[in-house]
Ligand binder design. Structure first.
Ligand code: R5P
Length: 267
């Protein structure tokens, strides 16, 4: 692997642990002002010390993230749809590689929509992005299975993640499911999980623990952190699972300790 590619990837997957805590705040690119991200700069400020990398769009990056901040950036470079449309798969590339380089990003991220009407369009765009990534030494992260209509089972996720890796993904983001070990085993690139819709903190910790136990290198988590009543504590607990080998039960105890027993009484 070329030095630049390797160096950038080291900002995403920590070499010492081989693990990754990516904080996702790119939801606005099709959802608009998502709950918890109305003021994304304020939301992420206290969370950044606990994240290995930050996934977002160039608009939020340029407008609200301090350029003196050295957090590695995973830049979403696809879009073109909104929640007002039924079919979210009609995406295209929205950022040039020159702009990604100007922003000094550590990785570029694009969704693929395997099985959708726009499957070919998104897979071709993704392959072209991987070509650009190879040319300039920028890893590409594939985002799979976003959208309500996707069956998020091991068969589908195994197919989507494998295709992403075959086309050139350096890291593949997907969802946890029953039989997740098979998904990871069938994907030659490192896998991270999205958190999905907000669920109780105890369940989100179990999700992170189960995913890592099944072979994921970590999380690319958003709503289950920034929509929590205890976002700063929550990211620390997720981090303890991903990097420090804590179980979900230990992380839950940690959350209770950090929040002074407020979790037990409040949820
Ligand atoms: C979805 O399109 C975005 O890429 C999000 O970054 C992704 O869904 C992860 O965030 P969450 O943990 O909130 O699902």
């Amino acid at each position: 692997m070329d030095w630049g590619m390797k160096n950038r990837l080291a900002g995403i997957i920590t070499p010492a642990s081989g693990r990754c805590v990516m904080l996702a705040i790119d939801h606005g690119y099709f959802q608009g002002p998502t709950t918890g991200l109305e003021q994304p700069g304020e939301t992420v400020k206290p969370l950044l010390p606990y994240a290995d990398s930050l996934m977002l769009t160039r608009g939020v990056l340029r407008n609200v993230i301090d350029a003196n901040n050295r957090i590695p950036i995973v830049l979403r470079v696809s879009g073109g749809t909104s929640i007002l449309k039924d079919d979210l798969s009609n995406e295209e590339r929205t950022v040039s590689v020159e702009d990604a380089l100007r922003l000094n990003v550590s990785a570029m991220a694009m969704s693929i929509f395997v099985g959708s009407e726009n499957e070919k369009q998104t897979l071709k765009s993704f392959s072209d992005l991987c070509d650009d990534g190879q040319k300039y030494g920028i890893p590409v992260l594939a985002v799979t299975a976003v959208g309500k209509e996707m069956a998020r089972d091991a068969r589908y996720l195994g197919l989507a993640t494998r295709i992403a890796a075959e086309l050139g993904a350096a890291v593949v983001k997907t969802y946890f499911c029953d039989g997740f070990e098979k998904v990871v085993a069938g994907c030659p690139a490192p896998v991270v999980i999205a958190g999905g819709k907000k669920i109780p903190e105890r369940d989100a910790l179990k999700l992170a623990y189960s995913a890592v136990g099944a072979g994921a290198v970590g999380v690319d988590m958003g709503r289950n952190i920034f929509q929590s009543k205890w976002p700063v504590e929550m990211i620390q607990c997720v981090r303890s699972i991903v990097h420090d080998g804590k179980t979900d039960a230990q992380a839950w105890d940690m959350l209770n300790e950090l929040t002074n027993e407020a979790v037990q009484s409040g949820s």
